[in-house]
Design a protein around this ligand. Structure first.
Ligand code: NAD
Length: 299
């Protein structure tokens, strides 16, 4: 018989992820403190629960997809702690992007209660979540990871076991800090090219075939109009929210400090995105490629 799954946190990512599990044939009992988020998933076949504790009744596996460290800490360890509601043997999978430090702390407390825990942050955005095409970067015990593979496969195409508890978060943070640096550098380069009199589409095509080639110039071009499919061409709607990228850069710089790692490139990207959000708070919920506006007040 297939495992019963409890799913907590049905936002932009968790909502579609829970629906992928339903489509794969799992029984999913879910909870979100936002009734609208819960109602949207109920239409797709998720069974609504009255609380997180209620969602956990009979669950073999618990999946959480929450915004930040404090939400994860609160839910797992705070009042009515999840680790006290779960029966020993239950597997806990946290897919939120949080600090490796918090991920390890929660996993240790879970272990004390006879629970197994994985940190399994994802990459691929809301489109990846909808199509069940996410990448999972998983930290924790290898055997637990192997046992969870079918469940993760229902939501993602690439599954990576990268080390012990917290390692999934470390890998996710590394990826996002590089993505942020690539985006800022790409935006800066295009703005400079345009001020030098070069057409941004021509410049993008050349870079795409030259040594400056990168994921952003190819798939996420920050210059409005160069690629009609990118957020830049849709008033920066969709994509990855500026405020979430800043959250991840804060995770990067604080985790780097804890590990005596110097990350000056990530720090510069963080400062520029942060300056952009201060100057244009209306972009906080829009795609982070809007940082291009810092370099060009005319667009
Ligand atoms: P979101 O804000 O859309 O969703 C979070 C949901 O959690 C909300 O619906 C909220 O009501 C719910 N929630 C918070 N605390 C709760 C609690 N105690 N009990 C029940 N529900 C609770 O955020 P999101 O975009 O889905 O992102 C979730 C995580 O995934 C973040 O850590 C983010 O950095 C990461 N992530 C997001 C993307 C993306 O493109 N959006 C991509 C990769 C990773």
């Amino acid at each position: 018989e297939m495992e019963k799954i409890a799913f907590i946190g049905l936002g932009n990512m968790g909502g579609p992820m829970s629906l992928c599990l339903v489509k794969a044939g799992y029984s999913v009992r879910a909870f979100d403190m936002n009734p609208e988020a819960l109602a949207r998933c109920e239409e797709g076949g998720v069974k609504p629960a009255k609380s997180a504790a209620d969602a956990l009744l009979e669950a073999d596996v618990v999946i959480t997809m929450l915004p930040e460290d404090r939400h994860v800490e609160d839910l797992y360890l705070g009042q009515g702690a999840l680790i006290d509601c779960a029966t020993p043997g239950t597997i806990l999978i946290d897919c939120s992007t949080i600090s490796p430090h918090t991920a390890r702390r929660v996993a240790e407390r879970a272990k004390d209660k006879g629970l197994k825990m994985l940190d399994a942050p994802v990459s691929g955005g809301t489109a990846g979540a909808e199509k069940g095409m996410l990448s999972f970067m998983v930290g924790g015990d290898l055997k637990t990871f192997m046992n969870c593979k079918p469940i993760l496969n229902a939501m993602g195409k690439s599954l990576f076991h990268v080390g012990g508890n917290g390692a999934g978060q470390s890998v996710k943070i590394c990826n996002n800090m590089l993505a942020a640096s690539l985006m800022v550098a790409t935006a800066e380069t295009l703005a400079f090219g345009v001020k030098s009199g070069i057409d941004p589409s021509v410049l993008s095509s050349v870079i795409n075939q030259s040594s400056g080639q990168n994921f952003m110039i190819e798939n996420w071009n920050p210059w409005p109009g160069v690629d009609k499919n990118t957020p830049a061409s849709k008033d920066f709607d969709g994509g990855f929210q500026l405020r979430l990228m800043l959250k991840d850069l804060n995770l990067a710089t604080s985790s780097a400090a804890e590990n005596q790692a110097a990350v000056p490139m990530a720090s510069i990207a963080k400062s520029l995105l942060s300056l952009h959000m201060q100057q244009s708070p209306e972009y906080a919920g829009k795609d982070f490629s809007s940082v291009v506006n810092l370099y060009n007040s005319e667009i």
